[in-house]
Design a protein around this ligand. Structure first.
Ligand SMILES: [Zn+2]
Length: 172
């Protein structure tokens, strides 16, 4: 209480979000001040709720200065995830992303298998038509013309009529 009172007495020095929440004096050497500015009070609130201020303090002091920013980002992310999802926290996000990766890898494998299948079919088709590898287009067009003439409607009609007569002769 005394510390809180004296901190407020300084007036000019705004305590960082951590010290404000913990109601303690925010000194020049405050380990939280660079990462928990006064204008982002929620940032520290969740970290304190999940990890505890003294643990965060210890973790930051064990780290070299240049790694503390990343550590704070990680703790803030994990704490927010834990508050959103108290059971799984950020593990829930990680496992859902892993599932997504697995699903996409399966789709990719299916697409690759289809490509291999289509390539094999194309190669088989070309070899059945007796194509020379140098002129596949020239050899392919006459074969499609033959196919077209087979599909002529008149020819089909003749077939149907012939078949009908044949059937009648059998039935009578
Ligand atoms: Zn502070």
């Amino acid at each position: 209480m005394k510390e809180g009172m004296s901190g407020r007495k300084h007036g000019a020095v705004t305590p960082c979000a951590a010290c404000k929440l913990l109601r303690r004096k925010c000194g020049q050497d405050c380990v939280f001040a660079p990462y928990f500015p006064a204008n982002e009070p929620h940032k520290f609130a969740n970290v304190h709720k999940v990890f505890g201020a003294s643990n965060v303090n210890k973790m930051l002091q064990d780290l070299p200065m240049h790694q503390r920013g990343d550590a704070v980002s990680s703790m803030v992310y994990e704490a927010n995830a834990r508050v959103r999802d108290p059971v799984y926290g950020c593990v829930g996000t990680i496992s859902s992303l892993q599932q997504h990766i697995h699903m996409l890898q399966t789709q990719l494998a299916q697409a690759q298998a289809e490509v291999v299948h289509l390539k094999a079919r194309q190669t088989r088709c070309n070899s059945n038509l007796g194509l020379s590898p140098n002129s596949p287009t020239n050899s392919c067009s006459p074969s499609s013309k033959i196919m077209g003439s087979y599909a002529k409607p008149i020819f089909d009609m003749d077939m149907v009529v012939d078949h009908a007569i044949y059937s009648d002769s059998i039935w009578s």
